[in-house]
Design a protein around this ligand. Structure first.
Ligand code: CMC
Length: 392
């Protein structure tokens, strides 16, 4: 079997070849299929970016309307499926609901599970993109003990998601264009990020020829961790903790730098970006705009800015090349939109879905793909003989 090289955390090991997303961590560059993230964020729509990631090129207007129409046709959930979500306790974390619901989908759509049937894969792709926002909105309503409100696809993907999330039963929902634009942009920024923890999970599960839903459900589990997608929730928890305690920002920073157990500057640092995270630069501007638009002066935003200011001029962070990542400001925007903290990571999941799908499909279509099966360096006991229980 030859020599095995230890690379804990895959610091230096590429797990695949990919044509989807390019990151240059030193230069702070992120491109989807060659297009700079800044251009896509400023000009594109989430479903257009989903098409780009999954199919490789920007769609023609006819391709985009067909794709959009297919997605919108499938946004409804089966009544029994609503019961499944409704069976969760109201204090269940929506990420638990999301991953369970996604792993249940193949039970309802068995015609879409064969990973080697291109029609089935196309159907699974559309079903997943269509149903995730509905599931997330239902999970949100369930967590507030509210009745679920079904989709109205004629409104469009992002506006309808906001309506399903926030509409008060029976009352028309006024869609705020500025919020739609901001959420559209945030979903685009999250849509793919090459071989991050959840995407690698999706690939490794899929490499065993598990179906798309099973793979994505596992990815949602990985995303829930506070070092990954759960960081957006953890940032808000950190800011609120600082606000509520008598400690000032400097005291919290001292705890971070003293490496107190479990205390990190959440929303800072990245495995690949060692200069700045281009998504964070975009998000920061949106945060200012959305908060101004909603007329909110958020004390937490002030704490965040102060933390950032201190960190960017502090040796601890400079030496370790730690900069704000995408999660540092997103939570503040979601909060301003009216989402509670436990919905932040589900929003990340809705955004990341096209990337998971694109990466899973790329892997499945690659004839050189092998089952993901890392090796290990064994550090346990040498061979020893079994002793009967009275002899130990
Ligand atoms: N606060 C304080 N110290 C940190 C932080 C932080 N946020 N991040 C890294 N460090 C220190 C770490 O203690 C280590 O110090 P030393 O060299 O003295 O041992 C050094 O920086 C390198 O850190 P690492 O943990 O070896 O780096 P990594 O590439 O394995 O971790 C990371 C990357 C994102 C997990 C980490 O920076 C982190 O935990 N950040 C906070 C959580 C977070 O914001 N995650 C979101 C990431 S971006 C979006 C996403 O993936 O969802």
């Amino acid at each position: 079997t030859g020599l095995v090289t230890l690379d804990s955390g895959f610091m230096n090991t590429a797990s695949c070849e990919s044509k989807i997303t390019y990151i240059d961590g030193d230069e702070g560059i992120l491109r989807y299929r060659g297009y700079p993230i800044e251009q896509l964020a400023a000009q594109s729509s989430f479903l257009e970016v989903a098409y780009l990631l999954i199919h490789g090129d920007l769609p023609s207007s006819e391709e985009l309307s067909q794709f959009t129409e297919r997605v919108e046709r499938h946004t409804h959930l089966h009544d029994n499926f609503k019961n499944l979500i409704g069976a969760f306790p109201t204090d269940a974390h929506p990420m638990a609901v999301l991953s369970s619901a996604v792993s249940a989908l193949p039970g309802y759509y068995p015609e879409s599970v064969d990973p080697f049937d291109s029609h089935a894969v196309e159907l699974a792709t559309v079903l997943l993109l269509a149903k995730l926002p509905t599931i997330a909105a239902y999970a949100f309503r369930q967590s507030r003990g509210q009745e679920m409100i079904g989709p109205d696809p004629s409104l469009g993907y992002v506006p309808d998601f906001l309506r399903m999330s926030f509409s008060t039963n029976g009352e028309p929902y006024e869609v705020d264009d500025a919020l739609v634009q901001a959420l559209n942009l945030l979903l685009i920024l999250h849509a793919d990020h090459e071989q991050n923890c959840s995407t690698s999970t999706v690939r490794i599960v899929g490499s065993a020829h598990a179906n798309l839903y099973a793979s994505v459900s596992a990815g949602i589990g990985a995303l829930s961790g506070p070092l990954h997608g759960g960081a957006n929730e953890a940032v808000l928890a950190m800011l609120s903790e600082i606000q509520a305690s008598d400690d000032d920002v400097d005291t919290y920073m001292d705890r971070v730098k003293n490496k107190e157990k479990g205390v990190r500057l959440m929303g800072f640092g990245h495995r690949v970006y060692k200069n700045y995270d281009p998504r964070a630069a975009i998000v920061k501007k949106v945060a200012d705009k959305v908060l101004a638009r909603l007329g909110q002066s958020d004390e937490l935003l002030d704490i965040a800015k102060r933390l950032e200011e201190i960190a960017l001029s502090d040796d601890y962070f400079i030496q370790r090349k730690l900069y704000p990542n995408v999660d540092f400001y997103t939570g503040l925007i979601y909060k301003a939109m009216g989402f509670p903290t436990n919905m932040f990571t589900p929003l990340f999941a809705v955004g990341r879905a096209p990337g998971w799908v694109a990466q899973w499909r790329e892997m499945m279509e690659d004839p050189t793909t092998k089952i993901g099966r890392p090796r290990q360096v064994y550090t346990g006991s040498p061979s020893r003989d079994y002793l009967g229980i009275n002899e130990r």
